[in-house]
Design a protein around this ligand. Structure first.
Ligand code: SAM
Length: 292
């Protein structure tokens, strides 16, 4: 993974991202929850979004389903999770079955930039630590708005930067590690605004990123030792490249130039005639995805 993100097509960037997060390496470094703050921060996101029983939630780029399953248990929501990695979708589906949540939580393969759901299907959309990896963020933001019903809420949690990143943090590996295309908070807000969202709430959680990065450093060193002792096999993992990236990322995170932030926004409510013509659209079950 020595190529730069500029050399790589959007489709290849997305494929590389999917491959990394379905790998044993990702599971080893990150556990089940692939974002800073883990399920504690997912709970905070759910509370800020005022999720309640029966609310239809879409978890965009759901990884192996930890957050979707947690939201169903904690708030009683109905959740659909989508991810670009078919292997993650399979693992998430198996986890739902193992937890007896198959009726309440479903997973399917889909690209966040082009989703196969009808307009207004959901009351809430979450996207944790993944928006920063989407090559076409405007397309994804418009999809979030489209699949939400009027008054529905988007909850992003993502890496943020407050100045230009150094060159070492702009390569392909840095992109799929959620760093290279992290945006300033204001840029995320503008992206959501241009997709039609309003009423923003922003809550910084930089401490969660520091904690996660420090844990990854320890786990990476542990993994390298185990691979050296032939007690662990991680084919294709280049520890030299991974450690170089992590070193610069840690400096940048500890300096406060990279952070982690929750951003909530709403799709405006409809008024008058618009509201009347959309009535009857609010059945509480999630409909079958349409083909695109
Ligand atoms: C850092 S992980 C976050 C996973 C999950 N949200 C969590 O917090 O545990 C990023 C996830 O985004 C998925 N992904 C990347 N690009 C995607 C896209 N265009 N559409 C759907 N999923 C995507 C990857 O397959 C990966 O599972």
């Amino acid at each position: 993974m020595s190529a730069t993100s500029a050399d790589t097509s959007p489709e290849e960037l997305k494929r590389c991202c999917g491959r990394l997060y379905e790998s044993d390496f990702a599971k080893l470094l990150l556990g089940d929850s692939f974002h800073p703050g883990g399920l504690k921060l997912t709970e905070r996101l759910g509370s800020l979004m005022q999720l309640t029983a029966g609310v239809r939630v879409l978890d965009v780029a759901c990884g192996t389903g930890a957050s979707a399953l947690f939201l169903a248990r904690r708030f009683g929501c109905q959740v659909i999770g989508i991810d670009l990695s078919r292997q993650n979708v399979l693992r998430a589906t198996e986890a739902a079955a193992a937890q007896g949540l198959s009726d309440q939580v479903k997973f399917q393969h889909s690209d966040a930039e082009q989703m196969a759901f009808s307009d207004g299907t959901f009351e809430a959309v979450i996207c944790e630590c993944a928006f920063c990896t989407f090559p076409d963020k405007n397309a994804a933001a418009h999809e979030f708005a489209r699949v939400l019903c009027p008054g529905g809420r988007i909850g992003l949690s993502d890496l943020t930067r407050d100045q230009e990143l150094v060159e070492q943090l702009k390569g392909l590996l840095a992109w799929i590690a959620c760093i290279a295309d992290a945006q300033p908070v204001q840029a995320y807000v503008e992206c959501l605004r241009s997709a039609g969202f309003d009423r923003y709430e922003v809550e910084p959680h930089h401490e969660a990123l520091i904690e996660m990065a420090d844990q990854i450093r320890g786990k990476l060193l542990g993994a390298e030792i185990l691979v050296g002792l032939k007690k662990l096999s991680l084919p294709g993992v280049n520890f030299v490249t991974a450690k170089e990236l992590l070193k610069v990322a840690l400096e940048t995170i500890h300096d406060g130039r990279l952070g982690y932030t929750i951003i909530i926004a709403s799709r405006p409510q409809l008024h008058g005639d618009e509201a009347a013509s959309s009535r009857g659209d609010d059945a509480r079950t999630i409909d079958t995805p349409r083909r695109r």
